[in-house]
Design a protein around this ligand. Structure first.
Ligand code: F6R
Length: 607
């Protein structure tokens, strides 16, 4: 998730405007920053790694000349955040500059094709194919708009782009496919941006650009066209009433809620990962003597779920281990045949890194799954995968958890394919469901949000909660419990349901809330038994059920329903969502700020 911005003005020098706008977009990423402007027939660029203020201190971004320009603040997805990879990217002749937010899925093929016809690439980014494609089209005699249009038709994936060219300094061409793009209409200038806060202090007149649209911005207006059939689209601006702070959260009261709602989009991003890295990692996992899945907190819960996925699909035994326990628990068993798959959203969690360091010193193979390009985990992993969730600002992990699960399920499927343990039909069914998971999660949010509000009002004063699940749902129950506990401060416990009668059931007394995670898998009959045990002791049953599971519905005091009829290995991705919503709304009911729970930090860099 990067931030892009463009500004074309009748008479104002745009560089300071662009820098200020990028600063307001910094929450979308801050690995590197760059600005390009047009002046006297040439493109002027300043860019480097680092946050906007740091880069500005070194280069004075404001003194770039000209009334037309584009800028970018980067959340790295392809290529580490060093200077050459910072946007804007240019063509061979330095006549075209492009900023981009999104992922170009087929960039490897396009890059190979462009290189073989003589184009010279300066970066490792997927974005750089765009200016080179446009360059080719300009050479064929097309104007900038048509050249950009033709280039877009070759791209697969997601993008919001803004393009300028010294050949046509009277315009910015921008376009959208999935990644957000909004226009702002000021008195003397027109803006395009990833998000409204970028231009909100300058104007509150905005036009939201839809998927598949290209826009030609001129200093006195805009023209929207359909990329598919070039039909003109007339769309009047709307007046935005948000404050700057509200706009940064896209109108949501908290980042956590915004990030819960971002999950469908993040899950779509996980379906666009580069095959070669998934395959390579799957090969390492297949060949490992033994596999340890190492992580902390929410990421550990992803690992716990993954251990069920690898076993179920690939017949691969893996050991999920809490990072801070790894050395004590498994240390002496780690050797050259061991493979460590470390999972860390931030890639900087000290407990995880120290487990990894230890394992590296014992010659183990290190694989990494993280959300942050350039993080320490990426630097010390033999192979790493970036989960592409964009920055997560709420301290409680939500979107990064479900994305981790999606990546891990895809990895398990690939190992399954290598091993040939699971039939084609089952693999195809699961692949089909993975593709549908973004829409299933979207539906889950839509259908459960009001219910979560009601349940939050009803349960907010309960002094303690119990979360139970069986099989892979144990991981879901544990994550539901962590979400509730960390942002509402309600003490909670979670167990595999079968374990509850070995001790924890003694806690139960009338009115005690017990949350059951109950997908329709083979554990369901036994879960019903556990529900009965709890009911018999007066517990209040709050269940997360498969849509249409009337039997458990009747046994429950309250329930959330999850659509989609998911295969067991994918259930945590959707079943955790109502529990995220419930935790969020209970925190709000209690007057707490879910984005900033006390005593916690987003990235725990101390052991
Ligand atoms: C919980 C939460 C933490 C993190 C944990 C690991 O909502 O956010 O439990 O999951 O600190 O962080 P990463 O994944 O960055 O290693």
């Amino acid at each position: 998730m990067c931030g892009i911005f463009g500004c074309i003005s009748k008479d104002v020098k745009v560089a300071p405007v662009i820098r200020a706008a990028l600063k307001r977009l910094e929450y979308r990423g801050y690995d590197s920053v760059g600005v390009a402007t047009l002046h006297e027939g040439g493109i002027h660029i300043k860019k480097d790694q680092g946050k906007i203020d740091e880069v500005h201190r070194l280069y004075n971004l404001d003194d770039l000349p000209g009334n037309v320009g584009i800028g970018h603040t980067r959340w790295a997805t392809h290529g580490a955040p060093y200077q050459a990879n910072a946007h804007p990217h240019i063509d061979c002749l330095g006549e075209i500059a492009v900023v981009h937010n999104g992922i170009i899925e087929n960039f490897s093929e396009l890059k190979a094709e462009l290189e073989s016809s003589g184009h010279k690439f300066r970066s490792k980014t997927d974005t750089e194919v765009i200016p080179h494609l446009i360059e080719d089209n300009l050479k064929k005699g097309l104007g900038l708009v048509e050249a950009t249009l033709e280039a877009l038709k070759r791209l697969r994936g997601s993008y919001a782009i803004a393009v300028i060219s010294s050949r046509e300094p009277d315009k910015i061409v921008c376009a959208r496919m999935e990644s957000p793009l909004v226009l702002g209409l000021g008195e003397n200038a027109v803006y395009c941006a990833s998000d409204i806060p970028a231009f909100l202090p300058l104007t509150n007149r905005a036009v939201v650009i839809e998927n598949g649209e290209l826009v030609i911005l001129r200093a006195d207006g805009y023209e929207i066209r359909s990329i598919e059939d070039w039909k003109q689209i007339i769309r009047e601006p709307e007046i935005i009433e948000w404050t700057a702070e509200m706009a940064e959260k896209q109108g949501y009261p908290h980042f956590m809620l915004k990030e819960i709602h971002e999950q469908p989009r993040c899950l779509t991003n996980t379906l666009r990962l580069q095959d070669q890295y998934l395959d390579l990692m799957a090969t390492f996992l297949d060949r490992a003597g033994e596999v340890f899945l190492v992580a902390a907190g929410t990421s550990y819960h992803a690992c716990l779920a993954a251990s069920y996925m690898f076993s179920e699909l690939a017949y691969l035994a893996t050991h999920p281990v809490i990072a801070s326990e790894f050395i004590e628990q498994e240390g002496m068993a780690v050797n050259i045949n061991s493979t460590i798959l470390a999972v860390s959203q931030s890639g900087e969690t000290a407990d995880t890194l120290s487990a990894v360091d230890y394992a590296r010193n014992r010659a183990a193979t290190i694989l990494g799954l993280t959300n942050v390009v350039g993080s320490t985990l990426t630097r010390i992993s033999r192979v790493y995968i970036i989960q592409q969730s964009g920055p997560e600002i709420g301290v409680a992990a939500t979107k990064t958890f479900t994305s981790q699960l999606s990546v891990l399920a895809q990895l398990a499927l690939r190992v399954a394919k290598i091993r040939g343990k699971v039939g084609h039909k089952q693999i195809e069914e699961i692949e089909e469901k993975i593709r549908r998971i973004p829409e299933i999660v979207e539906e889950t949010i839509r259908e459960n949000e009001d219910r979560a509000k009601k349940i939050a009002r009803k349960y907010k004063d309960k002094p303690v909660f119990f979360f139970l699940g069986r099989g892979i749902s144990t991981a879901t129950a544990m994550e539901g419990r962590l979400k509730l506990m960390e942002i509402t401060y309600i003490p909670s416990i979670a167990y595999p349901a079968g374990e509850s009668k070995h001790g924890p059931i003694s806690l139960i007394e009338p009115g005690f809330p017990v949350v059951f995670v109950c997908p329709m898998d083979e554990t369901r009959k036994m879960i019903i038994g556990n529900i009965m045990e709890m009911k018999a002791r007066g517990a209040m049953i709050l269940s997360v059920i498969e849509k249409g599971d009337e039997e458990i519905k009747k046994l429950s005091d309250d329930y959330f329903e999850v659509p989609g009829n998911l295969p067991k290995v994918l259930t945590p991705i959707a079943f955790v969502v109502p529990l995220q919503l419930m935790a969020y709304y209970i925190a709000v009911e209690k007057g707490l700020n879910p984005d900033k729970p006390r005593n916690l930090a987003k990235s725990v860099t101390v052991k």
